[in-house]
Design a protein around this ligand. Structure first.
Ligand SMILES: C[S@@+](CC[C@H](N)C(=O)[O-])C[C@H]1O[C@@H](n2cnc3c(N)ncnc32)[C@H](O)[C@@H]1O
Length: 219
């Protein structure tokens, strides 16, 4: 498998513009960021769908938001949420350097506050990417499902919990058990939701991709 990963890495083209350097710099600094294969897959989805309103939960230092800005249209708007000043200060400076401050709106708050506030405004998004604390996906899902417009795409990153997700709770280290339980419940709920067509892809640490379609489940 390591051989295959190395071979595939060799085939991969660099990300466009400043994104390749941004990704390398973030990985080298040991800061959290989506993996290259997830970045490549999301850029393909965005190129296909060209969403107008993108929402991200978990901005980090802003790499994925910058990727979304690159692979959407000039009129598209990206809204991204993060609660840690350490991350938001770096994200703001990265957006400024890349000339993306007008296209990306950064909400500096806990998603537990920001998501219900967005629901109250009746906002709808046609692409939502969730990449925050994995134990919180379950709690945020009711808000996400309201914010996702018909025909919209939803992706959740890192759902494999480094492989723990497949293990029985007793075999998961005690400190990861709440996340394990919440993540499993979240996955069961989304996969069973008839308003969605969902797949789980073994890229990065596992990516859930769901399409909300008006027509799904109505036949
Ligand atoms: C994996 S990092 C995001 C990486 C980013 N998506 C990227 O690829 O460039 C996760 C981020 O989620 C943020 N986060 C975790 N829980 C949060 C919450 N409840 N509300 C807002 N942000 C949260 C953390 O501060 C962290 O910056």
């Amino acid at each position: 498998m390591a051989e295959l990963a190395q071979f595939l890495d060799g085939l991969r083209r660099d990300l466009p513009g400043n994104l390749a350097e941004f990704h390398r710099r973030t990985v080298d600094a040991g800061l959290p960021v989506i993996s290259r294969d997830v970045a490549d897959f999301l850029s393909l989805l965005l190129t296909l769908r060209r969403p107008q309103n993108v929402l991200e939960i978990g901005c980090g230092v802003g790499f994925s938001a910058a990727l979304f800005a690159e692979f959407t249209t000039e009129s598209s708007k990206i809204t991204t949420i993060d609660r840690y000043e350490f991350m938001t200060s770096r994200a703001k400076s990265n957006f400024e350097k890349l000339g993306l401050s007008a296209k990306i709106r950064l909400i500096e708050d806990d998603a537990a506050n920001a998501l219900p506030a967005l629901v109250k405004t009746d906002a709808k998004f046609d692409f939502i990417f969730m990449d925050c604390g994995k134990g919180q996906y379950l709690r945020f899902w009711p808000h996400i499902s309201r914010l996702l417009g018909a025909g919209g795409l939803f992706c959740a990153d890192d759902i494999f919990q480094g492989g723990n997700i497949a293990r029985a709770a007793a075999d998961v280290p005690r400190r990861h058990r709440t996340t394990h339980r919440n993540l499993r419940e979240f996955l069961h709920m989304v996969m069973a939701d008839k308003a969605l067509k969902s797949v789980i892809l073994p890229i990065g640490d596992g990516l859930l991709v769901s399409l909300k379609e008006d027509t799904i489940g109505q036949d």
